[in-house]
Design a protein around this ligand. Structure first.
Ligand code: NAI
Length: 329
């Protein structure tokens, strides 16, 4: 299958090439897919997309005109694709439904520990030969209550990790996983109670119209003073303006973000020589109790192998019989 791979990076191309082993004709583009670059796919059967790509109505129409019949997503999330329009155009879309949930869950846990124990500040100080400990006091994770919103594959692994720390676990999800209740004493509750009772809240949901701005001014006001929030799911699940306001008022004590509501066109790029135009991100980068990583929670060797294996297997299945078991549309 002739496939245009958009938003390719040095970190993922070797995994795709190895897994493909010359089977499909892969054409790598470092550019993101947009209405300005969609014509790169001219004459291709398929495109392979990353979370920084956009496949909205306008882009899908260009891809359709280029002859593209398949879209292989190199991600779990599919909020960047208009699935309804793809179905209308008879373009098949498949995602990578699972790849090392450990990668993201472990990153969320790393953010909790780094924020709690002020590791970034401590390291900066030591490198300045400043060895005093003022302002570095953290808290024991043991005995703290952590609310996990979205207890699917990633939230489930996080429950296991935090159970190991001795945390009390609360869960909120449309579907309850009884194994988390029996194995890790996770207690399911409603969103309101989770917000009220948690010392730390970690988000592990897909972004869709129901989950957009699930964390907003109203439920932040219910949370404990000094609560820690970790978002490794999608930026739009929180209302970032409300988060910034609550950090400034001291309501939110610390915030770990691997994803940002307006990350498109910023995350994954080296903008170090440019003037930052996003004032909200600029503000967030000035807070010492905010830890930001640029959508790297998935970035482990095992996850990249998993993404490459499923992406190529989706192409294999489509080329064989036009259907993949991971088809979303
Ligand atoms: P999953 O599908 O296994 O779990 C998601 C859970 O959210 C499910 O249990 C589902 O029932 C629940 N849910 C969905 N809508 C809900 C709602 N309205 N209210 C309450 N619960 C709801 O997905 P997985 O693999 O755990 O991934 C979760 C999210 O993590 C992905 O959708 C993606 O956005 C994000 N992600 C982020 C990565 C990163 O690098 N930062 C990498 C991979 C995924």
């Amino acid at each position: 299958m002739k496939t245009a791979i958009f938003s390719i990076h040095d970190f993922d191309s070797p995994f795709l090439e190895k897994e493909n082993n010359g089977k499909h004709e892969l054409i790598f583009h470092s550019e993101s897919l947009s209405k300005h670059t969609a014509h790169f796919a001219n004459g291709c059967d398929a495109v392979a997309l990353f979370t920084s790509d956009t496949a909205d109505t306008a882009v899908l129409e260009i891809l359709n005109a280029c002859g593209v019949k398949y879209i292989a997503l190199r991600s779990v999330g599919y909020d960047h694709v208009d699935l309804q329009k793809a179905t209308e155009l008879k373009i098949k879309v498949a995602n990578v439904p699972a790849y090392s949930p450990h990668s993201v869950a472990e990153h969320a846990a790393a953010m909790m520990l780094a924020l709690n124990r002020k590791l970034i500040l401590a390291d900066n100080r030591v490198k300045q030969y400043d060895f005093h400990l003022g302002g570095l006091t953290g808290f024991d994770m043991n005995g703290k209550t952590v609310g996990i919103i979205g207890t699917g594959k990633i939230g489930g692994v996080l429950a296991k990790i935090l159970n190991g720390f001795g945390c009390n676990l609360l869960g909120y999800d449309l579907n309850q996983d009884e194994s988390l209740v029996s194995n890790f004493a996770l207690r399911y509750t409603n969103l309101e109670t989770l917000c009220k009772e948690s010392d730390i809240i970690s988000l592990h949901l897909p972004l869709n119209p129901q989950t957009k701005h699930m964390i907003n001014e109203q439920n932040i006001s219910l949370m404990k003073n000094g609560v820690m929030i970790i978002n490794t799911s999608r930026g739009g699940i929180v209302n970032t303006k409300a988060i910034v306001k609550a950090i400034q008022s001291g309501k939110i004590g610390s915030y770990g973000m691997d994803v940002y509501e307006h990350e498109k066109g910023i995350f994954f790029y080296d903008l170090s020589q440019e003037i930052m135009k996003d004032n909200m991100l600029l503000l967030l980068t000035t807070f010492s109790n905010v830890l930001i990583t640029a959508h790297q929670a998935f970035l482990t060797q095992e996850a990249l192998e998993g993404i490459a294996a499923t992406t190529i297997s989706n192409l294999n299945e489509w080329s064989k019989n036009g259907i993949s078991k991971n088809d979303l549309a």
